[in-house]
Design a protein around this ligand. Structure first.
Ligand SMILES: [Zn+2]
Length: 314
């Protein structure tokens, strides 16, 4: 017997008034994972509704900052159940607009908590998120992106490293790169997507030892964080760091060219000549972005609220 409730029912029970942008609250199925008793005074539904509204806004922010386009996705762990997480159904993140666009999944196998939600087709790559949430209990949210600024660092052998203070969370020695071909099994579709549990598990293992960002060869990157706000900041500044690093490497190459009298060196360089953040600097900068994350968050929320493209009916 099912003893807890789905997203839409949780919102129905909350005391927070609903706006006209809501879809019909028709799903009253009960699921079995919520450990607490629900009552009209229970604060949990209101918190979950805030989490859903935050998730929708975060998806819009990630699109607004070109971290996500029609592809890519965000997930967050259930605030009160460590065994489930939420993602949107299979639509472009900029068009997520209602709680009905979200699906709650079991972390164990990325199956929907509400079986009828299977009709609302989910993302093919949801195993990226389920396996991260499974292996890393401290992770509360994850972003998977195909950022064009970052992809070159997944295929060139040039490591993505922190070049400025807003990206100290990138590993000083370089963000690890997930090589999917090392993990394909017989019958796997080789379209670079993380389509199953074993590929998701291999990818999730790259986040061991506190790694916050992992690149994926010929595909993109994934970032994790202790909150939706933190992972959004990390995803946005991963892409910015990549653009800055590319600019610095380009200028360094031009400087080397000019120093050589306009002749292309054939000797090869021992170093790329860029001064990256040290490990100590990167750690301190990571702490700084932790305590200051709400400043950009507040701005980014206002930006997407002011843009007519984005609708948040949660
Ligand atoms: Zn992808």
């Amino acid at each position: 017997m099912k003893t807890s409730i789905t997203i839409t029912t949780l919102i129905l029970l909350t005391s927070v008034p609903l706006t006209s942008g809501h879809s019909p609250l028709s799903n009253t199925n009960l699921s079995s994972h919520t450990p607490h008793t629900m009552s009209p005074q229970d604060p949990h539904p209101a918190i979950i509704q805030c989490s859903i509204r935050n998730f929708i806004t975060a998806s819009h922010i990630l699109h607004h900052h070109a971290v996500l386009d029609a592809y890519g996705h965000l997930s967050f762990r259930h605030p009160f159940s460590p065994t489930t997480f939420f993602m949107s159904r299979n639509i472009a993140p900029a068009t997520i607009s209602s709680p009905d666009d979200l699906i709650e999944y079991h972390i164990t196998d990325a199956s929907p908590v509400d079986p009828s939600a299977a009709a609302n087709k989910g993302y093919a790559e949801r195993h990226i998120h389920s396996e991260i949430h499974k292996r890393h209990p401290s992770v509360r949210a994850a972003v998977h992106s195909h950022s064009e600024a970052v992809v070159p660092y997944s295929v060139s052998g040039v490591p993505l490293r922190p070049v400025y203070h807003m990206a100290g969370f990138l590993r000083a020695s370089g963000a690890p790169v997930f090589e999917i071909s090392e993990h394909w099994r017989e019958g796997d579709v080789k379209d670079m997507l993380v389509r199953n549990e074993w590929l998701g598990a291999a990818h999730a293992a790259h986040f061991d030892d506190g790694v916050a960002v992992v690149l994926m060869r010929g595909h993109g990157f994934t970032a994790v964080g202790g909150s939706v706000e933190e992972v959004v900041l990390r995803a946005v500044y991963t892409a910015k760091n990549a653009a800055i690093q590319t600019g610095a490497l380009t200028m360094r190459g031009a400087a080397a060219f000019l120093a050589g009298g306009g002749q292309v060196s054939t000797s090869g360089a021992a170093s790329d000549g860029i001064r990256y953040l040290s490990q100590e600097e990167a750690e301190a900068a990571t702490e700084m972005t932790r305590w200051s994350a709400l400043r950009p968050w507040g701005l980014w929320v206002r930006e997407v609220e002011a843009c007519g493209l984005y609708v948040n009916g949660a």
